[in-house]
Design a protein around this ligand. Structure first.
Ligand SMILES: CC(C)(COP(=O)(O)OP(=O)(O)OC[C@H]1O[C@@H](n2cnc3c(N)ncnc32)[C@H](O)[C@@H]1OP(=O)(O)O)[C@@H](O)C(=O)NCCC(=O)NCCS
Length: 198
């Protein structure tokens, strides 16, 4: 068992017996398991301090974001373990909780205010290319559907995997559709949406 997975993190969901994977909600007892660089990244939560905040301050800000967001939308993140090692992470919340969305200007204007926005889907090096990202995404989608959410969205990247929530093809493979796309010097990004019927 990962340390600190107690009653509040007890939503630990075992995977198939032969895979050794499991998924937990991020909460007060599991947040400490979130790995770097994600644990100290406030790109979405505090875009103005993303490059400026020292790592310890960024970690404090990130933890504060999880606490505040969970008060209105709980859980807002999940960790996937391979055996006892945290291997992948996903973060999602109503758009009003994610100020970094506004940095995407035209795409931001198309985000559904009543939907849920995936800001991060990240698989650690050494665990990539094994289907863990799609597996965690599927779990998040199931969670949001069960919670009666209307839709789930993200800014995916068309021309590279190097993006906070990964490449556009990963989302299209899960049934998402492209709402709008924008090319920029940083890359070509698409707002993708999956309607959940809630
Ligand atoms: C992008 C990312 C989220 C994808 O997650 P992943 O677990 O590595 O995804 P995979 O490549 O295993 O899965 C996707 C592919 O595998 C296939 N797949 C699905 N289930 C699978 C399984 N059980 N086993 C193997 N492959 C599977 C999918 O069809 C897909 O195919 P394609 O990519 O060739 O089109 C992950 O690689 C990542 O975090 N990369 C770093 C991104 C980055 O640079 N971020 C920086 C900003 S924070």
């Amino acid at each position: 068992m990962p340390r600190d997975v107690g009653a509040r993190g007890g939503g630990r969901r075992m995977g198939a017996a032969d895979t050794g994977t499991s998924i937990v909600n991020i909460d007060g007892s599991t947040l400490g398991e979130l790995f770097l660089p994600c644990r100290a990244c406030v790109y979405w939560e505090r875009p103005g301090q993303f490059r400026e905040a020292p790592p310890e301050e960024a970690e404090r800000l990130k933890a504060g974001w999880f606490r505040a967001t969970a008060e209105q939308f709980d859980p807002c993140g999940k960790l996937l373990y391979v055996d006892d090692e945290p291997a992948a992470y996903c973060q999602y919340a109503p758009p009003e909780c994610v100020p970094g969305i506004l940095e995407y200007e035209e795409l931001a204007a198309r985000v559904d205010k009543d939907g849920v926005f995936i800001s991060c889907l990240f698989v650690r090096e050494g665990h990539r290319g094994k289907g863990l990202g799609p597996r965690l995404l599927k779990d998040v989608i199931e969670d949001l559907r069960n919670r009666g959410c209307k839709a789930v969205e993200t800014f995916a990247r068309d021309d590279s995997d190097n993006n906070c929530s990964g490449p556009t093809r990963l989302y299209l493979a899960q049934g998402f559709r492209i709402i709008a796309s924008k090319a920029s010097p940083q890359g070509t990004f698409s707002l993708v949406r999956l309607d959940l019927g809630g």
